[in-house]
Design a protein around this ligand. Structure first.
Ligand code: SF4
Ligand code: SF4
Length: 82
């Protein structure tokens, strides 16, 4: 399991989640328009979920249907980075 960042992060990107993550697994880059969680590193602590002001973060098993594609988008961001 891992936590996943979904659409509400786009345009918000305030980094509140980054500041509370104990394993530093939340990242973005110049091309991305939101932050992503590395599912290989996330320890499922849930700290980011309560820190996010726009409720963009969900456990992967609990992502709303309309945002299911974000599960793969989060994982892919880190695959491409290598
Ligand atoms: S659940 Fe915990 S470890 Fe995973 S991204 Fe959020 S703060 Fe980081
Ligand atoms: S706290 Fe929420 S809106 Fe802010 S960067 Fe993290 S996921 Fe995006």
């Amino acid at each position: 399991m891992a936590y996943v960042i979904t659409e509400p992060c786009i345009g918000t990107e305030d980094k509140s989640c980054v500041d509370v993550c104990p394993v530093d697994c939340i990242h973005t880059n110049d091309e991305a328009n939101q932050f992503y969680i590395d599912p290989q590193t996330c320890i499922d602590c849930g700290a980011c979920l309560s820190a996010c002001p726009v409720e963009a973060i969900y456990p992967d098993s609990d992502v709303p249907d309309k945002w299911k594609s974000f599960v793969e988008l989060n994982a892919k961001f880190f695959e491409e980075k290598g």
